[in-house]
Design a protein around this ligand. Structure first.
Ligand code: NZQ
Ligand code: ZN
Length: 383
C-alpha cells in the first residue's frame, strides 16, 4: 500500500426530512448566501423549505449557477458576498452548484485577481468562507470532498483545497426524486467511474480499498436500474446517494494509485461539445480499457471476476467480457456510449487532441504514459 494522508472534516446529515435541521448547522448570527442552479429547487419547493429552516437569519439568494459552472457567473456571486459582507454560503443543488459555491467561498476573501485561482489552482488561498450543502443530485461527491471543477475560457479546470470542504452536507435522498431519468443515470455513471479510476490501475495490496471499491460498484449495479425504474424507491435511492458520496471523499483513493484519464479527456468533451459530464465518462471508459488492457491487466481481471463474477474462459476473454458488461450497464441506464451518438465525428478528433495539448494534458494515467497519441487511439475507439 502507498503512503497516504486521509483528512475529511465534512459532517454528513443523512436521511429523510433532515432539512429542518439546518438551524443546528448554520451559525445563528450568520449572513447566509443561498446559491442554486437554474430553478429546479424553486420549482420543487426545496428552496422554500431551506429558507424556512434558516428562520430569522439574514438571507441573500444567488440563482442561475449553470451546469459546468462558469467563472463569469460565479464572479457575480463573489460581488454579492463582498458587498453584503456575507459570512456563510449554503449551496442547494447538484455538483455544479456545490462546486460553484466552493469557488465563491475561495474567491470572496481572496485579494488578488480571482482568475489567478483558476490558473494556479487554489494553492495560494489562505482562507475561505465556510459553506454547507443541500444535495439534490447524487453524482460528484462534491458534498464531501475538497474539489471543484470550474469552466473558464475554453476549458474545465479541477481545483483543490482543504479549505473548501463543506462544513456539513444534508443528504436527503427524497430531494433527488424529482431528477429526470438521464440525470440519475449520469450520476450513477459518475460515481461508477470515480470508483474505477481509483481501482482499475495496478495492484498495490490495498485490500480494504479494493474491497470497498468493489462494494460500491456492485451496489451501483444492483440499485442503478432499480432507482431509474422506480424513482421513489427510497432504499434504492438512499444507496445510490451514499455510494456517490463514498466514491469520491478520499476513502477508496487513499494509499492506491489513481488514474483520472477518463475525467480529464471527458472535461474536454464537455467544454467543446456540451456533453454532460456523466455521459462523457460512459463514452470514454470502455475505449480507455480496450486501449490500456495490457497496463491494467491484473486489475481488469480482478474487476471482471469480483464485480461481474466472470471466471470462465482465458484471461483476455474475461477482461473483454468485463468491459462489454460495463458498456451494457451504462446503456441499460439509457445512456449512449459512442461519440457518434452525440454528433461528434472522426474529423473532430484533431481538435480534441489540440485542446488536451493546450491544457497541458500530455502524460495522463496512473503511470503517466498515456500520451496524446494514445488519447487519439482512445477517441478513435470511442467513435
Ligand atoms: O440547475 P437546476 O435547475 O437545479 O437543474 C439541474 C441541472 O440542470 C438538475 N437538477 C439537479 N437537482 C435536481 C435537478 N433537477 C430536478 N430535480 C433535482 N433534484 O440537474 C442538472 C445537472 O446538474 P449538475 O449540478 O450540473 O449535475 P452534477 O451533479 O452531475 O454535476 C456536474 C458538475 O460537477 C463536476 C462536473 O465536472 C460538472 O461540472 N464534478 C465535480 C466533482 C467534484 N467536485 O469533486 C467531481 C466530478 O468528477 C465532476 O467533475
Ligand atoms: Zn466525475
Amino acid at each position: 500500500m502507498l503512503n497516504f494522508d486521509f483528512y475529511n472534516p465534512t459532517h454528513i446529515v443523512f436521511g429523510k426530512d433532515r432539512l429542518g435541521e439546518l438551524d443546528r448547522f448554520v451559525p445563528a448570527n450568520a449572513k447566509v448566501l443561498v446559491s442554486y442552479g437554474g430553478g429546479s429547487v424553486k420549482k420543487y419547493g426545496v428552496l422554500d423549505k431551506v429558507k424556512a429552516s434558516l428562520g430569522e437569519r439574514e438571507i441573500y439568494e444567488f440563482g442561475g449557477i449553470e451546469p459546468n459552472p462558469k467563472y463569469k457567473t460565479l464572479i457575480k456571486a463573489v460581488e454579492v458576498v463582498r458587498k453584503n459582507q456575507i459570512n456563510f454560503l449554503l449551496a442547494v443543488g447538484g455538483g455544479s452548484v456545490m462546486d460553484g459555491t466552493k469557488f465563491i467561498a475561495a474567491a470572496a476573501p481572496y485579494e488578488g485577481e480571482a482568475s489567478n485561482l483558476i490558473k494556479s489552482g487554489l494553492t495560494q488561498i489562505k482562507t475561505a468562507l465556510p459553506l454547507g450543502t443541500v444535495v439534490t443530485l447524487p453524482a460528484t461527491g462534491s458534498e464531501m470532498n475538497n474539489g471543484c471543477v470550474i469552466s473558464y475560457e475554453d476549458g474545465k479546470f479541477p481545483l483543490f483545497s482543504e479549505l473548501i470542504f463543506p462544513r456539513f452536507s444534508i443528504l436527503d435522498p427524497t430531494l433527488t426524486y424529482t431528477l429526470p431519468q438521464d440525470q440519475v443515470a449520469n450520476g450513477i455513471i459518475d460515481a461508477f467511474i470515480h470508483t474505477v479510476e481509483q481501482y482499475v490501475t495496478f495492484p498495490v495490496e490495498g485490500r480494504f480499498q479494493d474491497r470497498t471499491a468493489e462494494g460500491i460498484l456492485q451496489t451501483l449495479i444492483e440499485v442503478g436500474k432499480k432507482t431509474i425504474d422506480n424513482p421513489n424507491d427510497y432504499d434504492a435511492r438512499a444507496n445510490l446517494v451514499w455510494c456517490a458520496t463514498m466514491a469520491l471523499n478520499g476513502l477508496i483513493g487513499a494509499g492506491v494509485p489513481q488514474d483520472w484519464s477518463t475525467h480529464i479527456i471527458g472535461h474536454e468533451l464537455t467544454a467543446m461539445f456540451g456533453i454532460d459530464h456523466g455521459k462523457t465518462l460512459a463514452i470514454l471508459q470502455p475505449s480507455i480499457w480496450n486501449v490500456r488492457k495490457k497496463q491494467k491487466h491484473a486489475k481488469l481481471l480482478q474487476y471482471a471476476e469480483r464485480v461481474w463474477n466472470i471466471t470462465d474462459g482465458d484471461e483476455v476473454s474475461r477482461i473483454d467480457l468485463g468491459i462489454s458488461k460495463t458498456r451494457g450497464f451504462f446503456e441499460s441506464l439509457g445512456i449512449k456510449t459512442h461519440l457518434a451518438d452525440y454528433n461528434v465525428t472522426a474529423d473532430m478528433i484533431d481538435d480534441i487532441i489540440k485542446a488536451l495539448e493546450k491544457h497541458g494534458k500530455r502524460a495522463l494515467s496512473e503511470t503517466r504514459d498515456l500520451t496524446l497519441a494514445v488519447c487519439r487511439q482512445i477517441l478513435e475507439g470511442a467513435m
